[in-house]
Write a protein that binds this ligand. Structure first.
Ligand SMILES: Cc1ncc(COP(=O)(O)O)c(C=O)c1O
Length: 396
């Protein structure tokens, strides 16, 4: 094996993650572990500052409302957006469902997806009655934008692509995707679940129309995510859930609604989730997404080189994938690989990764997936390699 250059935590944040001590956590693409700063912010929100938002007249409620709205500003600012265009949702899944259910179709009943999409960016469109077309991938596992351009018609209301693939790590040329979509009068929705924790994102520079992400993949809590949308599009979208907080005036005859984003946030929101998300945004911003991206790219290069040196290991996805390496040990089911790695103290995901159509295209039932985060370092890769060697010994 080539001796990999040691990347012993160029970011030096491993000690900030109490839950990974003595463990090689390579499943950040499923959900990120939480730095102490996020854990502390959540604990303080419950133990010192807690109250409801948008309703109370007492001071604690007013300051919690300020904190909740400051979180909205931070979550929007992270992707170059404005707070007024940022809807809090339960996660990226709910964000995409919201668009699928409420965006007026304007006579266009098709949506253009790609072969690598997560089920969260397939099923909502089907449920909302769109006809779905899927763009093929290039041989190295990127969304084939030439094919997208050829496939897009004036029947397509949206193009909806993953900004970064959760299986292959491939990074979309989002600017070009936006140009292709807009040339045919379609909108571009980016599923930013895997991009936001790994790359600097600027929705205005990308030229997209909607952007969805989840806090829990960004070192924040579960149960909260974001939908950013262009203001005029959000304004034209009707509410999809009714209840408190989203109304202007209710009578038994007629109800009127608030402007976005509140129009889409019925009920008591995930108040402390927003506080945790704010802390996570501050944490990644202090580290710098450029630095996180460079760190994860170096780890991917090191990991791919190390796995390529092991005979009988197949690697999927492009060389320059962002933070994610999918692989299989020939003749061994990914679940067996992951079970043996678990015994060796290495956590990887195994399965179809909520991307069954992609597995079909790859011609495999499942892959094993190592995914990196800011706290990952060369010791994780060395443990992964030792574990894979053990898999090969056990399976002969
Ligand atoms: C690319 C991608 N899209 C969407 C999702 C769904 O995210 P959530 O379950 O947080 O809503 C995920 C989660 O794995 C993902 O990786």
């Amino acid at each position: 094996m080539n001796a990999p250059a040691l990347i012993n935590s160029a970011l030096d944040v491993r000690d900030q993650f109490p839950a990974i001590a003595g463990w090689h956590y390579l499943d950040s693409a499923a959900t990120a572990q939480k730095p102490q700063a996020v854990i502390d912010a959540i604990a303080l929100a419950y133990s010192r500052d807690y109250a409801t938002v948008h309703r109370g007249v007492y001071e604690r409620s007013a300051s919690m409302t300020d904190a909740y709205e400051a979180a909205r500003g931070a979550a929007a600012g992270l992707i170059g957006g404005d707070a007024s265009a940022l809807v809090f949702t339960r996660g990226a899944t709910e964000a995409i469902n919201l668009v699928a259910r409420t965006l007026p179709k304007e006579g266009r009943g098709r949506v253009l997806l790609s072969a690598l999409e997560h089920h969260s960016n397939i099923v909502p469109w089907q449920l909302a009655g769109y006809a779905v077309d899927a763009v093929p991938l290039t041989s190295d596992g990127r969304i084939d934008l030439d094919a997208a351009e050829a496939m897009l018609t004036e029947e397509h209301r949206l193009v909806a692509f993953a900004h970064v693939s959760n299986v292959l790590g491939s990074v979309l040329d989002a600017k070009r995707a936006a140009q292709i979509a807009h040339a045919k009068g379609a909108l571009l929705l980016l599923d930013g679940c895997q991009a936001v924790p790994r790359l600097p994102v600027d929705v205005a520079a990308l030229g997209c129309d909607f952007y969805a992400y989840s806090a829990h993949k960004l070192y924040g809590p579960t149960g909260i995510g974001c939908l950013w949308g262009r203001a005029e599009l959000l304004n034209a979208m009707p509410p999809w859930q009714g209840g408190g907080s989203m109304i202007d005036r209710v009578t038994f005859d007629k109800t009127t609604y608030l402007e976005p984003p509140m129009r889409f946030e019925a009920g008591t929101p995930h108040i402390v989730g927003a506080i945790g998300l704010h802390a996570a945004v501050e944490w990644v911003e202090a580290l710098g997404l450029d630095a996180i991206h460079a760190h994860e790219c170096a780890l991917v290069a090191e990991c791919r080189a190390a796995l390529a040196d092991i005979s009988g290991v197949t690697l999927f996805g492009p060389e320059d994938s962002a933070g994610i390496v999918s692989f299989n040990v020939d003749g061994v089911h990914a679940h067996d690989t992951a079970t043996i790695l678990d015994d060796a103290g290495v956590a990887v995901r195994a399965g179809h990764h909520c991307a069954q159509p992609l597995m079909e295209r790859l011609g495999v039932p499942a892959t094993a997936r190592a995914s990196f985060a800011a706290h990952s370092d060369s010791s994780d890769i060395a443990a992964l390699v030792r574990g894979i060697e053990q898999v090969k010994r056990i399976f002969g």
